[in-house]
Design a protein around this ligand. Structure first.
Ligand SMILES: C[S@@+](CC[C@H](N)C(=O)[O-])C[C@H]1O[C@@H](n2cnc3c(N)ncnc32)[C@H](O)[C@@H]1O
Length: 217
């Protein structure tokens, strides 16, 4: 991992407390807006019987949603261990514990190595990882059908906002930084991994791109 971001930095930003908060929010209000857009895009393409791989899925709300909609099985590869308590409780509540395998690790390295899946999702993850090309390529190479990525859209104000956030993190010795990777570079990496783009939607802050394997059309 690059020196900007340490395991301690990730654990601080993505703390167990914020994980519990996210799980509570999902129980009471369902998915947030960006996750809903991702779920809707996947449901429109069909998730029945599909295997899912989500990297950086946090408490795993999107996995719960896809499994309840008919997906067969999910593997979660999450860099930060702080989500585990909230995530396993969520799976228990929805009686999905036997359909999700949770691993702690980095998708690009041996500890997070995962087999390909029909559906691969990185929701708000590329912006939390310094080496976008390696992570986007690792995701593309594990996609049998559909890859969905979300990341901050690149505008002057998102860049300014995240620069400010990074400055505050540095002042507070946060050992973590956020990245606004160029969407065109993300697309190039994924296409070099053998997928073609099928969707590019910009919300207020987050951009959602989808890619598919196989021939176009
Ligand atoms: C902003 S959070 C997003 C969590 C969840 N996907 C959501 O949208 O609510 C980013 C997550 O990505 C994880 N992450 C970053 N790089 C990763 C990698 N290379 N492999 C696995 N997880 C990663 C971080 O630990 C963090 O939990």
């Amino acid at each position: 991992m690059s020196s900007c971001c340490t395991p301690r930095g990730y654990r601080r930003v993505f703390s167990a407390r914020s994980a519990e908060r996210q799980a509570r929010r999902y129980r009471s209000r369902g998915l947030d807006r960006t996750s809903r857009r991702i779920a809707a895009a996947l449901l429109a393409r069909g998730v029945e019987g599909a295997t899912v791989l989500e990297a950086g899925g946090g408490v795993g709300a999107l996995q719960v949603e896809l499994l309840r909609a008919g997906a067969l099985h999910a593997v979660s590869v999450e860099l930060t261990p702080t989500y585990e308590h909230a995530a396993t409780a969520l799976l228990r509540d929805f009686q999905l514990s036997d359909r999700v395998e949770r691993r702690i690790g980095d998708l690009v390295s041996a500890d997070g190595a995962a087999a390909p899946a029909d559906i691969v999702v990185l929701n708000r993850v590329l912006c939390c990882y310094p080496d976008m090309p390696r992570l986007a390529m690792a995701a593309a190479q594990r996609t049998a059908r559909i890859l969905v990525l979300s990341f901050p859209k690149r505008t002057w104000w998102t860049v300014a906002l995240l620069h400010l956030g990074n400055a505050l993190l540095r002042i507070g010795r946060g050992e973590f930084q956020v990245f606004v990777h160029d969407p065109r570079s993300i697309r190039r990496v994924v296409e070099a991994g053998g997928l073609h783009q099928t969707r590019d939607e910009r919300g207020l802050f987050w951009e959602v791109m989808a890619f598919e394997a196989g021939g176009r059309g």
